[in-house]
Design a protein around this ligand. Structure first.
Ligand SMILES: Nc1ncnc2c1ncn2[C@@H]1O[C@H](COP(=O)(O)OP(=O)(O)OP(=O)(O)O)[C@@H](O)[C@H]1O
Length: 725
């Protein structure tokens, strides 16, 4: 901070504000009315309080000299005029310029610190009404501004300061001084590292119990997030403590674990160690489903179901087979049911029928259709004549705090919830959905049980099915006969560990090639597809890893050259090792619900504005996601990457006309049946596999590899066996 420029003055006008990114007029000289435009992440500021801003002057091509703020702090007013301005500000209700002058005249230039130290002094002031004295006392008591100064001094970013203030209000400084690691627990977005930095600068000891306990909680959560397992083991966490924190005391470790368990930060189940959020999620799911539904469901009208199914069949001009009819009846018979099946087995067909039947049977009821990704939600919405949303937007997720506005107190206002692509739903998200579903009378989940599990911890679909406690319809007959049906046959064979039809079909091709040849082969295939009229959005290359000659990064670079070469007409932006260009195919990496764009969505860059041409002095990228335009600046730019080649995990929930998938020896540690199956079932029309058939064969034989450790099945069983816990 020391080597940064520093200016002092008052904020006068906020010109622009978006997620705390602020452009403001800042008065640097009150008498001369001198203003400067300042930009940066700035929280709530007060007009009548002087501020000290740290940062740099920047010359803006269009708007001239500006000051880019890196951090800021309030300055205690200490001359007559700024003190009078302060005491007559909105902080002190009922105190005007006259009364403020009296305060300053009696207490002098240290008025603020005198009042802070001894607020009772207000009663000794003369010339103020009782009301004014009370107002002075309560206004001065406001500690928030001290916390800004304190946190700034300890290197906490402005963004995090805003979150800390919102959570602790007046208590911020005292909470942090006592235990900075409390931030990890209370503030989403502040991790162990940030809190640790603060603690170290406050002089905390490396072996401070709060530090080691916070480290344990953070390791437990990180291991879960990295592995997808909902729990880890006591031993594994201890190994991390030894390696990363030089903590060797096993006895003390046990003590800390018991304390953390009592504080409800972790949960121990034998040797299995859960982060409390993961335990609560699994227990909460089992608990909710055990008692579901929580309201009376009237099933009297169902006498007519057979007739109405016939009506719907003729309306849609289809003859449902026995299993499909059974699926519909099960849905109406059971409040919670699961529909599973591979591609082309009629899942969509059944959902469409169920929606129609439900509307006829319960014309005044409402249906919430949702899916974990934006793309899947869009597809789902197209079939039922009802709009579908992502689960996150159904629950009104708040990105900043990672909380849901729709919850047990503000529940989902629908009678039926249908969730598609359920294999992608993790345990924590499902729990949050169920918590808000007490007024719902029916839930239907649909998913392909052979696909990869969710990115987040848990394997909910698998556990629910394996528990055998819930109504399940497994669709097996393949109906799709048209384009892409060879892909579907191959997928179904793969489920049994076979590769039927790999060389016979028209829609599936396998070309042998070595890893160093993959790039050229892909470029050839993509060029051929372009010649046939396909666009780069139609062809999706999928790979399981990022590094190496045939990794995602290298393939993206090569494909960018082919699909979107440099041109004078296209603006570019370099971000780290990536070079974005207008017209690039882009992948969204995170959920951004406010912008209507979600993890896994694919779009095209329509505009890149260089920082020097931007009003806010920030580089800007605008991406078009099929009509939804999203603007990225600052940190948000981390949320996009190139999408010519993406990971199989990221492709979950999406489908593409042509999928090209290298299967190479390089990927040996990644290849397993669920991964390959998920990748190939993304192909709607054709699938091109490149590489080694031997690796493909090996991969699909690997079924237990990387299987997740979860506790949901056990929790469900405990409930069904009536074991209280
Ligand atoms: N009983 C049936 N009679 C005739 N065609 C059917 C029947 N059931 C489904 N189909 C047809 O089979 C095709 C695949 O069905 P559907 O799209 O519902 O399957 P899906 O399981 O949702 O597949 P995917 O997961 O690939 O989207 C569709 O064209 C559908 O019209």
């Amino acid at each position: 901070m020391q080597d940064k420029m520093c200016i002092e003055g008052y904020f006068s006008t906020i010109i622009y504000r978006n997620n705390n990114y602020t452009v403001a007029k800042f008065k640097t000289d009150e008498k001369a009315e001198k203003y400067l435009t300042v930009t940066g992440y700035i929280g709530e500021v007060y007009e009548d309080f002087p501020y000290r801003l740290y940062g740099d002057y920047t010359e803006h091509a269009r708007y001239g000299m500006q000051f880019s703020v890196e951090s800021y702090e309030q300055v205690m007013p200490n001359d007559d005029s700024s003190l009078i301005r302060y005491f007559s500000s909105a902080f002190f209700d009922g105190i005007g310029k006259k009364a403020a002058s009296k305060i300053v005249a009696q207490l002098g230039k240290d008025a603020i610190s005198i009042l802070k130290e001894d607020p009772e002094i207000v009663y000794q002031l003369v010339g103020l009404s009782e009301k004014q004295k009370e107002s002075l006392k309560s206004g001065i008591d406001n500690d928030i501004e001290d916390s800004v100064v304190f946190l700034t001094q300890h290197g906490i970013s402005t963004k995090n300061i805003l979150k800390i203030e919102a959570t602790y209000e007046d208590e911020a400084v005292s909470v942090i001084k006592e235990n900075p690691y409390q931030l990890v627990i209370d503030i989403d977005g502040i991790g162990f590292k940030t809190a640790d930095k603060l603690a170290m600068s406050l002089g905390f000891d490396e072996m401070n119990p709060n530090r080691i306990k916070a480290a344990i909680v953070s390791v437990v959560l990180n291991v879960s997030m990295q592995t997808g397992n909902t729990f880890t083991s006591k031993e594994e966490v201890f190994r991390h403590l030894v390696k990363e924190f030089s903590f060797y005391d096993e006895e003390l470790y046990e003590t800390y674990l018991s304390q953390l368990e009592m504080e409800r930060l972790v949960y121990l189940d034998g040797d299995a160690l859960y982060h409390i959020t993961q335990y609560d999620a699994e227990k909460g799911i089992a608990d909710f489903l055990y008692g579901f539904p929580y309201i009376d469901v009237n099933t009297n009208e169902l006498g007519d179901l057979d007739r109405i199914i016939d009506e719907v069949a003729s309306e849609f001009n289809i003859e449902y087979d026995k299993k499909q009819v059974e699926a519909m009846k099960t849905f109406f018979d059971q409040p919670f049911s699961i529909l599973t099946g591979g591609p082309g087995t009629g899942k969509t067909t059944i959902v469409r029928a169920i929606i129609q039947l439900y509307k006829e049977l319960y014309p005044y009821s409402t249906i919430a259709l949702c899916a974990p990704t934006g793309r899947a939600a869009k597809r789902l919405g197209e079939l039922g004549g009802i709009s579908a949303t992502t689960i996150h937007s159904l629950l009104k997720w708040d990105l900043e705090t990672n909380t849901f506005a729709v919850d047990e107190n503000t529940p989902i206002e629908a009678n039926l919830i249908i969730i598609d692509e359920f294999s992608m739903v993790d345990s924590w998200l499902f729990y949050n959905l169920l918590k808000a579903a007490h007024n719902v009378s029916r839930i239907l989940i649909i998913g392909d049980e052979n696909q990869l599990p969710s990115v987040g911890p848990g394997f909910v679909l698998k556990d629910l099915i394996e528990s055998e406690q819930y109504a399940l319809t497994r669709l097996e007959k393949i109906y799709r006969q048209s384009e892409g049906s060879d892909v579907i046959s191959l997928a179904h064979a793969m489920k049994e560990g076979r590769l039927d039809g790999l060389h016979q079909g028209n829609d599936v091709k396998m070309f042998p090639c070595q890893n160093f040849q993959v790039k050229d082969q892909i470029l050839k295939i993509v060029s051929n597809a372009f010649e046939k009229g396909y666009s780069d959005l139609d062809v999706q290359v999928l790979a399981p890893m990022y590094n190496g000659v045939a990794g995602i990064d290298a393939l993206n670079k090569a494909m960018q050259e082919l699909c979107n070469p440099p041109s004078n007409e296209k603006n570019e932006l370099k971000l780290g090792y990536r070079l974005f260009r207008e017209q690039d195919k882009i992948l969204q990496l995170k959920n951004q619900p406010d912008d209507g764009v979600y993890n896994g969505d694919i779009g095209k860059i329509v505009e890149i504005v260089d920082a020097k041409n931007d009003f806010n002095n920030m580089a800007r990228v605008v991406v078009d996601y099929d009509g939804v335009f999203v603007e990225y600046t600052g940190d948000l730019l981390q949320n996009i990457t190139h999408a010519y080649c993406i990971s199989i995990h990221k492709s979950q929930g999406s489908e593409y006309p042509i999928v090209v998938m290298p299967i190479l020896k390089d990927y040996i540690y990644m290849l397993q049946r669920r991964l390959i199956y998920t990748g190939i079932t993304r192909a709607k029309k054709s699938l091109v596999l490149l590489g080694s058939e031997e690796m493909l064969e090996k991969g699909i034989q690997r079924t237990e590899y990387h299987e997740r450790k979860t506790g949901l099945l056990k929790r469900i069983k405990e409930y069904s066996e009536g074991i209280p816990f």
